[in-house]
Design a protein around this ligand. Sequence first.
Ligand SMILES: Nc1ncnc2c1ncn2[C@@H]1O[C@H](COP(=O)(O)OP(=O)(O)OP(=O)(O)O)[C@@H](O)[C@H]1O
Length: 858
Amino acid sequence: MRLLQCNGTSGYHLTELFTSDEPIPSYAILSHTWGAELDEVTFDDLTNGTGTDKPGYEKIRFCAEQARQDGLDYFWIDTCCINGANKAELSQTINSMFRWYRNAARCYVYLSDVSTAKRDMNGDTCEWEPTFRSSRWFTRGWTLQELLAPSSVEFFSQQHKRLGDKCSLRQQIHEITAIPEAALQGEPLSQFSVNDRLSWIEYRETKLEEDKVYSLLGIFDVFIPPIYNVGVGRAFQRLLDEIGKLEKCTQDLHITDPRRDKARIEKTKGGLLEDSYYWILENPDFQRWRDNSQSRLLWIKGDPGKGKTMLLCGIINELSKSIAKTALLSYFFCQATDSRINNATAVLRGLIYLLVNQQPSLVSHIRKKHDQTGKALFEDANAWVALSEIFTDIVQDPSLKSIYLIIDALDECVIDLKKLLDFIVQTSSTASRVKWIISSRNLPDVEERLERAGDKVRLSLELNADSVSAAVRSYIRHRVSQTAQDKKYSDQTKHTVLDYLYTNANNTFLWAALVCQNMDKMSRFNIVTKLKAFPPGLNSLYKRMIQRINDSDDADLCRRILAIVTIVYRPITLQELTSLVEELNGMAEDLDLVREVVNLCGSLLTIRDGIVYFVHQSAKDFLLTEAFHVIFPSGSETVHYTVFFRSLLTMSNTLQRDMKKFLYWLEALSLCKSIPQGVIAITRLETAVEGRIDTQTLAMLTLEGHGVYVYSVAFSHDSAWLVSGSWDRTFKIWDTSNGECLQTLEGHGARVNSVAFSHDSAWLASGSYDCTVKIWDASSGECLQTLEGYSDSVNSVAFSHDSARLASGSYDRTVKIWDASSGECLQTLEGHSDSVNSVAFSHDSARLASGCNKFNES
Ligand SMILES: Nc1ncnc2c1ncn2[C@@H]1O[C@H](COP(=O)(O)OP(=O)(O)OP(=O)(O)O)[C@@H](O)[C@H]1O
């Protein structure tokens, strides 16, 4: 970027180009519509000292003067700050302009066709608004990003009179442009759908037709080098391709949306109360972290139920309001009981996901790796290494100013917590633009690891007892007022209840929350006496709950349910519970009854959407420690055995016998998290054999021999043969009656992606990653033809039903139709915007269908 710098009081000169790592001083930026080419002051004019008599010079003078008034020494104007003769600079500028407008301290819109000096016949000044509404500025392509990118946009008339800013004129601008007010207010543009954003440019014009597309690059936060003279259609296609790749990458990255987790957590915890977290904003430790650039890691620690999670929700809300527009904020909530979000890789995926969501251009750091490996990048054994590298690249991205990262409940990150802690410690000391807040219980493990972090701030909730106590009181006040109103407590009762809760909460939100929750279920009669049965202290409260269960008529059943819910790997559904608890067996059809039974366990458990959860992680911890002998009188092994035994029983009651291989397969599928694909495969198999073979006699054959991935299989039309194409560059023909391998055909230079028999089973076709298609004699295995012409991998081959033609689809986005006898390429079909993954002829061979890698395109 090159700026104009004011000299003294009147002149200005062009600075040198700023390199990407040089800090750019605060600057103003001009937005305007171009006049006739010869009227505008150019880069050459400025370097040669000419152009001062051009009409366009007025705009420079205006911008310089306005910047000076706003205390800015630098400004930027597109007519003269870009050296258009330098093609590389021009391309770089087109891809950077959105950012330059966004980072400008002020953006002045100079409306040369809006006058504030006009007078009507009586000599009164005319209203400027009608001309404002019809100004040319709202019809041009490039001014769209100039309106959307900067946070401060001010509008000026021809006479340099200030008309208002984007905020005060928002309603009018919305009516003129149909752009939603939220977008004008600075809501990240990535939150608007692709179609919505495309519609904003629809009625705008640019001088070069392709610029209608290139002026959108910043709005979609994608980078493509501008190419001209290709037509607007081709340019649009390039943009859409790029957006498609970006979307695929973010979809693969997604494991959870931390914004949704936050909303869910707040809702299930009864809603966030501002009064109960505001204290943190005044806290000196928090302020030191916020205001001191050296202090980059804040660790909030406290015992269970002290309100850490809700405090972090509050901090996120406050930071999102107060941090600079250019800063990014990302966060993650660990939850031990949810296997999606209880491990270190999930934390990095979630953090990166939110960062990319705010600034899609950061996807480039992921795409370097993702383009080669796809979704496996985030899931295979090397996922942690890949994600930590990507994360490190992102935080070093020169376009980023500051990044705030928040992770709640590190103690609930049950897989690879140490790796994660070491990573946080390392990034907090090396990445100076990143500020972390993490929270955990008072755990020695975490303490020991974090000890190594340089300038960290430790904020202990126990050491801030006064603030936490006031916050808990305000929470109690709120809850009791609500209950008192609903249950019509007298003032006297309300005060006694408040008093009891204030005195016994011991600065623990959770205790107050649990007691209030019980209070809500009690009648007003004798409430004070009932309340006093709840002892102070969280563990005493849990003890009392267990005591009540022990004293009840259903003690055995409740203890069994609690034991099972405590040891299972993930929260189970009511339905699953009916299989695991003998007494509930047969109740699967009456889940309301099961719900009633679970409710007998008091406030320790809670049911949401048919799933049984602990009311809080600390309740589970309590059962596993202090109440262990109550709910596991014969040890936890017996309960594990019961779960195992009852699961087997359920399987043997519902599944067919003699299905060993099938069970292995299911197990493998479940380990790969691919059960849905299995279900689809089974349904297909069922349809295939229906009516043809007696299912009882269906024999299962396992054909082994390739040793590595098999990419494609196909039966001959009489089902006597099966062909399989593999990564090992070969394909094999098998006898389907006994599973014997009849032939191994070699000849391709890379993996065989697709195989197909001709209808009469005389020929075999194969499409390979080596960009060729081959036709073989199916009986002798001789290669009859090698069809060339593709520039990329061949993904799919199919014969027409009369075997006269062969179709093939390729990664190079084309489909080719060949004469199967001569090997001549009859047609090359174009039109897909991404790899063609599949081709098929209709039964009468009159039509051909092709499926594409692009979502929904076929
Ligand atoms: N600011 C708040 N607004 C509303 N409710 C709150 C607030 N702070 C705490 N609570 C209540 O207190 C309960 C416990 O708080 P929270 O879950 O945040 O504690 P925690 O310290 O994160 O516990 P743990 O470490 O055991 O996970 C919440 O379920 C909620 O009911």
